[in-house]
Every structure is written in C-alpha cells, then in structure tokens.
Write a protein that binds this ligand. Sequence first.
Ligand code: 2AM
Length: 488
Amino acid sequence: MTSDAAAQADIGVIGLAVMGENLILNMASRGFTVAAFNRTVSKVTAFTGGRAVGRTIVGAGSLEDLVALLKPPRRVMLMVKAGAAVDEFITLLTPLLAPGDIIIDGGNSHPADSTRRTRALAEQGLLFIGTGVSGGEEGALTGPSIMPGGNVQAWPAVQPIFQAIAAKVDGGAPCCEWVGPEGAGHFVKMVHNGIEYADMQMIAESYQLLRAAGLSAPEAGAVFARWNEGELHSYLIEITADILSKVDDVTGQPLVDVILDAAGQKGTGKWTSVAALDAGSPAATITEAVYARAMSALKAERVAASAVLSGPAFAAPADREAFVEQVRQALYASKIAAYAQGFQLLHLSAQDAGWTLDYGQIAQMWRGGCIIRAAFLDRIKDAYDAQPALANLLIAPYFRDAVHGAQGAWRETVAAAVRGGVPVPAFSSALAYFDAYRSAALPANLLQAQRDYFGAHTYERTDRPRGEFFHTNWTGRGGNTASTTYTA
Ligand code: 2AM
C-alpha cells in the first residue's frame, strides 16, 4: 500500500465483498491491473495478502491512494451495497476526480437512482455508468452478463475491460453491450430479475404438478433433466434437475422435501412489477411470481387455513407420460408469454424515458453468464434482429408457431390444475395474457360504459374516429355534462 505509487492501474474497484473480489480477480485474469479499496480497510490487506497474491492487484489504503493509482481517464467501479453507500462514495470521490473521469456503479441499484446519478455527475463533468452485473459470485469470477448504461461518452474507455471479463457466447460474442442512456443498464438488469422470478415460479408450478401427478422428487428431477435436452435448455432447468436429485444428509429424504416452503425476496421482482404498473405494461406473470413468493411467506396462515378450507383432490392422470409432456408444453408456452411481457415492459418504459434500446442485443446479453441464460434467448435475438420494431414476441413467426403448437397442452394443463385445486398463478396469468393479447375485442367497452355511468368519464365509439369522446345521460338524472374531474 502506497500513496505515491505511479498511476499504473487500469481500473479501481471499491467494495471487497464476494462480488467485488471476484470481479477484480476476473479483471486481473484478463490482463488488467486493478486497484482495490474497501470502507473497512482491513479487508483490503486481507485480500491483497490472500486471494489477490501473485496477481496484478494493488491495494489502496484510502480513497486518495486509490485515485492516485489510476491511469487517466480514471475508472472507479463501486461494488458496494445499493442505496446510500453508493451516494456516499460518489460524494467522497468527486472532489478527487478530474473532468472526464468515470464512476461506475456495478451494484443492484434502482434504475431511477442511476438516472439521477448520471445527470448529477454530468453537471460536474464526470461520466457515470450504472451497470447491471448478473451471474452471482461464480459469474463475477468467470464471466458475468454485464448491462451498462449511463453516459455513453464513458463507454469507449470501459468497453475493453467489460467485454473482456463478460461471459462469451457463440464462439466469442460478449454478453455485454452498451444498453442506453441514464438508468437503462440497471433497468434492463431489473427486468432480467423480474423475468427470473417468473421463470422460477413457472418451473415451481411444473414441479408441483409433476408431484401432484405422483412423481417423486428424483423422478421429477429426471423429467427436468430430460427437458433440459430440448427447447427448454437453460441454467434454471439444469439446476432444478440437480436440486431434485439431492438427498438430505440428516434425514435421507430428498433435500427439497425438507426445505421450508416460504420464499424470500430481495425486491428486484417487486421493482419490475412496480415499473410495469407505472408504464401501464401488463407484466402479469412477473407480478404473479412476486405474489406467489409473498403468499408462500405466509406459511403459518396457510397451515392454519388448510385446516379450515377444502378443495378438490388432484386426480392422477391416466397417462402419466402424456401428462408430463403436457406440462412441458405449458411451461414452454408460459415462458414465451413471460418473456414477451418482459420485453414489452422494456419497450414501453424505454418509450416513456426516451431511450432507444436494441432488444436483440439485450437477448444476447442474457444468453450467457446470467441466471436466465437459455438457448431460447437465441430465438428472441433472431426475432428482434429480423424485426427491430417488433411490438410483441408473441407475434414473431417463430414464437407464434411455438405457442400455436403448445396451446392445446397449455390449456389442458391449466384446466387440470384448476380442476385439481393446484394453484398455477404464473401458468394461468401467462395464458390469460396470450388470450387477451390475441383478442381484437375485450370487454373494456363495458368498463367504459360503467365509468361513464358513475363518473361521466366519457367513452370513444367504434363507429367514430379515435380521440372523439362521448357521454351518455344513462339514467336521465345525471345530466349531460362530462366529468372534468378525471381525464377520460
Ligand atoms: P464494508 O466491508 O466496510 O462493510 C458489501 O456490503 C460491500 O458494501 C462491502 O464492501 C461493504 O463495506 C460495502 N458497504 C456497505 N454499506 C456501506 C456504506 N454505508 N458505506 C460504505 N461501504 C458500504
């Protein structure tokens, strides 16, 4: 540790929790020299004297030391707890940096915070990047998916480092591209997590149906392993197969049967759902996945209610193999609808924010390194590459045909679940999304009539151009004045 060392480091990283350390080791393994700092400075010496030994990693004893170690333009990456810690470090760093220097936040920050930070730092001549980093501890070390957004002027100086450390797919394409301005990088990461919630819930519903049909945990695991060979091939299906074959050391039972059914959450699924509500984007399956975790967490209430409330028993299917195949197709079709919702949310929110996003590139960034990585994302990339202005994945020819092929099994699966009293909120909301999206006419005419009836909110007519609003005096008592209290 020295304060007068020549500026030699390519990048400084602040935050030596596991993600930060692993990212630094990844950078060093790609030939970069990394300066490391942490609020609790003892962690710096522990790191430089431990995992960092023999690598191009230099410890810094203070923020001043860290900045002095960096080649211009200085690149400082924060890998600290999202929220106040990021703002605190930005406040401490800005007086030490020069115009054109770059602050990168690689934590799980809310996109609105990244938008605010990009703007505030630009006013001081500093360039800010808010970047999603996905793949957990293992991904950070060996190749994460990296989703950077913010001040595009910073990108040329950061691109070589980020693309070198990112996961690679298809013979070398990095799972890292410039996403867009302001909070766009963290927004894309947030939606990734929302889709991850949906993916996991849909797998959990498949699992519950398989168990309801009489399969043991290892038998269900074998089914997932088989599914992983086909169009569902993905990290989450692969680990599900692994999980279901694991035996508990203590009881000798399948471990999954001993794990309490109360799910935790850190909030990024909720953020995605709130963003969807804000944008008027019908991401129902993602939101149902958040609710499913909330319902699961009410374990004691559910146990009590189970003694009070009854429902039908799930009837064992006559042909188990046929049922398993039906569930597979329901999972595949639901997955397509959930991804369609995620991309639709990106699209509508980008429109609101004035961002232009490349959806094919986003699919490629998610193709490797991250939790939702899946072969399927190649098809999404193909769909957007063929039609960059595609309104919805469901109408891309490949996915249209896939959903058409699977929808019979999808409906049978949801119907069997409803008849048998198995809750399938993700499957059924995905199917409702498909059925609503393919409907030229929905019963919102009645909603409009109701709104006009009780609140004079007015309605448009099918036989008149859009944008002309009408009010009816429904009862003869309400008068002919349209509401001015609310917008129609
Ligand atoms: P620490 O080791 O000093 O606790 C993950 O928690 C990382 O974020 C750690 O490097 C941790 O530093 C850092 N961190 C968490 N809260 C912080 C705060 N309020 N200020 C600075 N660093 C913080």
